[in-house]
Design a protein around this ligand. Structure first.
Ligand code: VGL
Length: 186
């Protein structure tokens, strides 16, 4: 079994100081960078929110459920990976959401227009560990799609940060029901 690490949306706008800051985001960036540098995974990929004009996904009066303050706009610092994460930590980066909301990394594409599912299969990956931001939105959606695509999926909750921690019980149940393992740590 070849397990890849999928690092979801650890971008400046989702970390402290960003336009859609999620508490604990910067800690996730530091911990995930250390994990990658430990060499624990032979295959590591990232997803990035990559908005140009995503319609009603952006709002000046966001409900923080279906609409959000503008974030991760292409070409702005908020769209960049949060340090100490760097592009060269990743074998491929999947961009999503140019003109619509795209919570799942499986909606994205890399520089060669490969989808995440295709790329992982071509790399011989059968299992994925999913970490990143936000547990209750893009991590959730990416993990659910990974399970639908037939991968063996684990969410490492201690390496994620949630928009609303009150969502976590529901999200854990939903993931578990879909066959995803949720573990506190690696
Ligand atoms: C996300 C809210 C809006 C995420 C993205 O990365 O989880 N959350 N857009």
């Amino acid at each position: 079994m070849t397990t890849a690490l999928i690092v979801v949306d650890v971008q400046n706008d989702f970390c402290e100081g960003g336009s859609l800051a999620v508490a604990g985001g910067a800690q996730v960036a530091a911990d995930v960078a250390a994990l990658i540098e430990s060499g624990a995974y032979a295959t590591v990929v990232a997803t990035r929110d990559h908005h140009i004009d995503p319609g009603s996904h952006f709002s000046q009066t966001p409900d923080y459920v279906d609409s959000w303050p503008p974030h991760c706009v292409v070409g702005t610092p908020g769209a960049e990976l949060h340090e100490p994460l760097r592009a060269d930590h990743f074998a491929a980066v999947f961009l999503k959401g140019e003109y619509e909301a795209a919570y799942s990394g499986f909606e994205g594409h890399d520089a060669d227009r490969a989808t995440l599912a295709r790329w992982l299969r071509d790399a011989g990956v059968t299992a994925v560990d999913v970490v990143g931001i936000a547990t209750d939105h893009c991590v959730r959606a990416t993990a659910l799609d990974a399970a639908r695509e037939g991968f063996d999926v684990r969410v490492v909750e201690g390496l994620t940060a949630a928009v609303d921690p009150e969502n976590l019980d529901r999200v854990r149940q939903e993931l578990t029901a879909a066959g995803v393992t949720v573990s506190p740590s690696r």
